[in-house]
Ligand binder design. Structure first.
Ligand code: GRF
Length: 180
């Protein structure tokens, strides 16, 4: 059973749901994330774990991990989750946390990958699904696919083209991990 961590729009969460994958819980660091509303609309348990409600990041992560584990989650997908996870969370799901990122990692990690690729003038971008460790988008890569950059691209137009690939790649890889 799958738990998904989100912070924003939730289009990758939507892709996982539409693929029929067993998503049983969705957690966000932001109570106003559109992704939480998507979970609610799909009838999936959803909860917010805002950092300011906890004494330390590790306490927040431990609470979030316990909430997911209590719902039977065995595989965690970061789908636009914008915080680094501490060992309090990582050690609860060893080798069972994946992230999707809008670049050909290890190039352009971090929160501004799309803008930075355009600023660098790259000819192609991509989408990467990788295992999560304590670093910034640094765990072992599971799958990557190239995405062209076209003349006149803005961060929004390039990100949208990348997301179209993410929405296919992420459910594929997660489905394969579920089968293991
Ligand atoms: C995606 O581009 C993902 O690669 C990155 O954040 C974005 C999340 O989009 N980590 P959404 O919330 O799934 O629409």
């Amino acid at each position: 059973m799958i738990g998904v961590l989100v912070s924003g729009e939730g289009t990758n969460l939507q892709a996982l749901l539409e693929a029929g994958l067993p998503v049983v819980a969705v957690a966000s660091n932001r109570p106003d994330a559109r992704a939480l509303a998507r979970a609610g609309e799909a009838g999936v348990a959803a909860a917010s774990f805002a950092l300011e409600d906890y004494a330390a990041r590790s306490a927040r992560d431990a609470a979030m991990a316990a909430w997911l584990a209590g719902r039977g989650v065995e595989l965690v997908v970061l789908a636009g989750f914008m915080h680094l996870l501490t060992p309090a969370f990582l050690e609860r799901f060893p080798e069972r946390i994946v992230n999707v990122h809008p670049s050909l990692l290890p190039a352009f990690p971090g929160a501004h990958a799309v803008e930075e690729q355009l600023a660098a003038g790259v000819a192609e971008s991509g989408a990467t699904v990788h295992l999560v460790d304590e670093g910034v988008d640094s765990g072992p890569i599971l799958r990557q696919e190239r995405v062209p950059v076209v003349a006149g691209d803005t961060p929004a137009s390039l990100h949208e083209r990348i997301k179209q690939v993410e929405h296919r790649l992420l459910p594929e890889v997660v489905g394969e991990l579920c089968a293991r």
